[in-house]
Design a protein around this ligand. Structure first.
Ligand code: ARG
Length: 448
């Protein structure tokens, strides 16, 4: 299709090195849709008759069906999806097929296809994110009042609930949702009509094409439109950050499922065994989710590196945008689906949680707060409770059983009223804090 000026055949190695059909074939539904919209605009411009358009449309739809059925034979001599489809069309309908590429380049074509692909991918990801949040919400609501220690530095800190802990991930995934929705706005702009880099002397109705393809608007600078891959980098970043969130969740669940923590149990269907140690029940899904996040970050590095330093406009480097994109979408799609299922089937071991949460040290801060309410400055209160903790550690007497009045006269016997988990949790009523009432309100809000 571009061999007019060449007198030698392309070397085999160059073909192998340059082909993208082995992976960009999946753009075919978008390539077909883009071509049909482009052909329709040619009718309006008087470049194609209605009959010619009909032939092109029917031919393209047949090719699409063949590809979907796995019956289409792709050829690496034709490099990419665009030339494979166009060549098949001309074989099928004759010279009329050769009119399709009027006022179009593969440069605006590939940008159009990829934007349509990204838009469809975002729409599916939004559903998958919602499903995962539903699973988390379902568990959060079942265990809204199950108290566990909250950690900093992986050391026990203060009491929270399983519900509150899981809702933290709902928050993260909701930010991810809003980022995807925002990225979608920049994805959904139509570059078709930008040509190779400088538009065309043949003016097709770009607004009409954009509307047919469901784009919100058309790009306004042909050079930018051809070389812009920001929307891909943005999308891959979003996917990487979602992966990061899933990876943190995985790490929490791996800890929760260990004998040392024992807070949670994953279903047999979502865990795996060991070929050597008969007792093992491993959280492989969590580990793979954590591990695959590395690929998502790698893909982000790949796309950012591919686009840096490219002179305007199209350079073949840009073909390197697709594999990281497809890999990130595939990886995350499966990760979201399997995590959604796994979490829905997860059970929390409430007695183990209760035992861990009954550690009186979790309420050391509440004890300091009690002193503050008695009029002691917080810094002094912190130090006095620190002394009480030290006394508890050296004597081996749990903090809630220690004679606090012996530590410092600022404590009265009433201070030990602090060591009631229910009261302690119920007192945390400020917005964002983990009182069971608050958690239930948040669950209701998210459910809505
Ligand atoms: N397969 C190419 C890509 O993905 C399509 C555009 C080719 N353009 C060109 N001038 N060689 O980037």
């Amino acid at each position: 299709m571009w061999k007019g000026r060449f007198s030698q055949a392309t070397a085999d190695l160059v073909q192998q090195f340059g082909e993208s059909i082995s992976y960009d074939w999946r753009l075919y539904p978008y390539d077909v849709a883009g071509s049909i919209a482009h052909a329709r605009a040619q009718v309006k411009a008087g470049l194609l008759t209605k009959e010619e358009f009909h032939k092109i449309e029917t031919g393209l739809r047949e090719i699409e069906t063949e590809i979907a059925a796995g019956e289409f034979e792709f050829s690496i001599e034709l490099e990419d999806i665009h030339m494979n489809i166009e060549s098949a069309l001309t074989k099928r309908i004759g010279p009329t097929g050769g009119k399709l590429h009027t006022a179009r380049s593969r440069n605006d074509q590939v940008a159009t296809d990829t934007r349509l692909y990204c838009r469809a991918a975002i729409d599916e990801l939004l559903i998958l994110l919602r499903d995962l949040r539903s699973s988390l919400l379902d568990r959060a609501s079942k265990y809204a009042g199950t108290v566990i220690p909250g950690y900093t530095h992986l050391q026990r800190g203060q009491p929270v609930t399983v519900g509150h802990h899981l809702l933290a991930y709902v928050e993260m995934l909701s930010r991810d949702e809003s980022r995807l929705i925002d990225t979608r706005k920049r994805v959904n702009v139509c570059p078709l009509g930008s040509g190779a880099l400088a538009g065309s002397t043949i003016n097709l109705d770009r607004e009409q094409i954009a509307e047919e393809l469901g784009f919100d608007s058309v790009t306004t600078n042909s050079m930018d439109a051809i070389s812009d891959r920001d929307y891909i980098a943005e999308l891959i970043f979003n996917l990487a950050l979602i992966g990061g969130h899933l990876s943190r969740l995985s790490e929490d669940l791996i800890l929760w499922c260990s004998s040392e923590f024992g807070f949670a149990t994953l279903s047999d269907a979502h865990t795996t065994g060991s070929s050597l140690m008969p007792q093992k029940k491993n959280p492989d899904v969590c580990e793979l989710t954590r591990g695959k996040t590395g690929r998502l970050y790698g893909n982000l590095t790949a796309i950012l590196t591919a686009i840096k330093g490219l002179p305007l406009t199209y350079n073949r480097d840009l073909q390197e945008d697709k594999e990281p994109l497809f890999d990130s979408i595939d990886t995350l799609t499966l990760a979201l689906k399997v995590n959604t299922e796994m979490i829905a089937a997860m059970t929390i071991n409430e007695e183990v949680c209760e035992a861990a949460a009954s550690d009186p040290l979790l309420l050391a801060t509440d004890l300091a707060d009690w002193l503050v309410k008695e009029g002691i400055p917080f810094r002094s209160a912190h130090e006095l409770v620190g002394k009480a903790v030290a006394a508890s550690v050296t004597s081996g007497t749990p903090l809630d059983q220690l004679d606090l009045t012996a530590v410092d006269p600022a404590f009265t016997t009433e201070a030990s009223a602090v060591f009631d988990l229910k009261i302690a949790l119920a007192a945390r009523t400020n917005p964002g804090a983990p009182s069971v009432e608050n958690v239930k309100k948040q669950i209701a809000r998210w459910q809505e």
